[in-house]
Design a protein around this ligand. Sequence first.
Ligand SMILES: Cc1ncc(COP(=O)(O)O)c(C=O)c1O
Length: 368
Amino acid sequence: MNKRNLPPIPPEIEALVPYKPGKPIEELERELGISGAIKLASNENPLGPSPKAVAAMARALDGLHRYPDGAGFELRQALAKRYELAQEQIVLGNGSNEIIELLCRAFLRPGDLALAAAPSFLMYSKLVQVAGGRLKEVPLNDFRLDLKALARAIEPRTRLVFVNNPDNPAGTAFSGEEFREFLGQVPPGVVVVLDEAYIDFASDPQVAQGTDFLDHAVPVVVMRTFSKAYGLAGLRVGFGLGPVEIMDILHRVRQPFNTSILAQAAGAAALADEEFLQKTLQVTWQGLKDFYACFERLGLVYVPSQTNFVLVKIGPKASHVADELLKRGVIVRKMASYGLPEHLRISVGLPQENRRFMDELSAILGEG
Ligand SMILES: Cc1ncc(COP(=O)(O)O)c(C=O)c1O
């Protein structure tokens, strides 16, 4: 095909760099001709999916010849009850990633600005770029979101401010008090997007809870997901909570059936699976403790985490160490694409997976 026959590709689209997800286990095993590899790279739930969600999906299978309920009544009802909100304050998404996309589609026009920390979740910049907007970035301060600097960085064309709490990739979190102070400095005309993908893992009771801020004069959209604590990353289901006026707009720009029958059934069931959530939290918090102890033994500096992963400073050899781990069947996340080439990000796995990672890491560092 002659490229000249194509319609013009907008420069911001041509410039897009595809998101590079953590390496799938199957791919690594194929490449190395090994089996039994483990993945501690994508902040997934190592326990598997919520069993109640799996049972609900099995029950829903017989209805797959029908389109889903476009309004997602059952799941939105369950969420409304859980968070004491009206259904009109809730929008479902194909993962919380889709909520980011809907916000960009709805609120950004070419030349508009969005604001986020640097580094932060890579999808903010990509989806802002797709919408023709520009992402302005404010550096983290000692691995914490600098809310004061973010507020100062708001310009007249700023439409969206992404704040990720607890933060990926740093793992740190701000308090409700800090967030309230920040909101006090946000001018009219700006939507604050509070990405709480990891909020379920926060062990510190001071950590801000977005649901406390949905009545604030500043429009706040809280994004949450079933991908992490509920173990449903492969299903793609997340949701946004916010003012009715904003949710109404997001419903208009979304596809009519953006969450599947299975996603809706599983989400509602997972929300009620308190036993699974508690087990997940225990495994996560114990795993973090074990990692911290290991890093301290090895003299490595890490960032204490309110999430299910931890950022650790390996030094100039970080990329080499990650490659060595890979050869030994342990997948962790390199951080160069986040501007942290000396760090690695490790997701908490099952106890035996964590042990294997720690043993391999100790061996590799011991080998110099
Ligand atoms: C900060 C943050 N936000 C959002 C997401 C998207 O999650 P999902 O689309 O699976 O709900 C992730 C996933 O890794 C994340 O780290």
